[in-house]
Design a protein around this ligand. Sequence first.
Ligand code: ADP
Ligand code: MG
Length: 398
Amino acid sequence: MTKMPDDLMTKHSGPVLPGATIGIFGGGQLGRMMGIAARSMGYKVHVLDPDVSCPAGYIADKVIEAGWNDRWAAANLARECATVTLEIEQVSITSLDEAARWAPVRPGGAMLAVIQDRIEQKDWLKKHGFPVGEYRVARSVEQFGDAVRELEAAVIAKSATGGYDGRGQAKLGFGNVAVDDAALRRGWEDVGASACVIEVALDLAKEISVMVARAPNGEVKVYPPAENFHENQILSWSVIPASVPDELAARARAIASEIADTFGLEGLLAVEMFITKTGELLVNELAPRPHNSYHGSDRACTTGQFEQAVRTACDLPLGDVSLVQPTAIANLLGDVWLNADGTEKQPKFDAALAIPGVKLTLYEKLKPRKGRKMGHLSAVGATADEARERVLAAKAAL
Ligand code: ADP
Ligand code: MG
């Protein structure tokens, strides 16, 4: 049955129950795992992605091949769905608004507009009193130079839009290397010669993230913090719960919860945080969707992040997020499939799976490339340390 747009009929209210269709902007691994959670609860899944052979394509009832700016395709997605959510924050606001005429979109465009631009996001956090590291904004190469000189420190510049896994970033002044005009010009080019934030490079003791879920009725669930270890600015492994003092974990969870409330979030929000060597707790960045650091949450907690995403999108009661057992994950990048000469090899998954408590998740990406997230291993343990040791041993066995 063809629907009337929402502004021509009464707003949807109440839960979207199994049997209905959920629309997802984005068919990457996050969309795929969200879709699997939805299917196992009895929903149908439609996905919009520029690539028909995306990871979620294998599990979706329908894939609409379209770009993030295609508002007509966005309308087509929403017209056939009872509710719409997303796995990627780059969807254009016009597309989200168009979709919202036909079905609830959770999380909504107003919050996305703030989050998808690093400048807006940082300014929003600062304006609302959330702790962030020192930063400047630059919109020209001149402003870029002024900002770097003014901060008088090693800095990390990050493009305002489009970056992820360290892409669109530039490091300047590391190892006491003088920042001359040529280095400034190179830095500006590396962030795409467009608007960016320039952050003081912090001396980090640890990185953590906190996942928070908020329902349309305001109910909030905050997960135990995850501890994250990055290599080359890409998440390498992650453990739930983070080994941090209770007081700090409580403070981190309170910050995440307050951010969710201030936004009026409907959906999931991952809050990445830094703990500096001087003991400060700072917000790094926000991701309004499932997050790599919570891929172990279905084993670590009563309700995993993907099921929780489905619950928020469908306006169902949120699931309990208590810790069940410490769980670690290790990302499997394309590098694991590649020999030094670039030829492909088969990783020894049998050896990895021989380690107690280990499970394997692959995203069905066809081509392994260096730095491309292809899957992950997870491991449970009696302690967070044991879980991490097991997952790293499993990865080493590949
Ligand atoms: P992305 O969108 O690529 O995840 P992030 O801002 O999270 O971008 O940066 C990726 C990683 O780079 C962080 O998780 C952290 O390890 C490192 N990093 C980023 N900003 C800083 C900073 N200001 N000081 C120290 N390390 C940083
Ligand atoms: Mg990040």
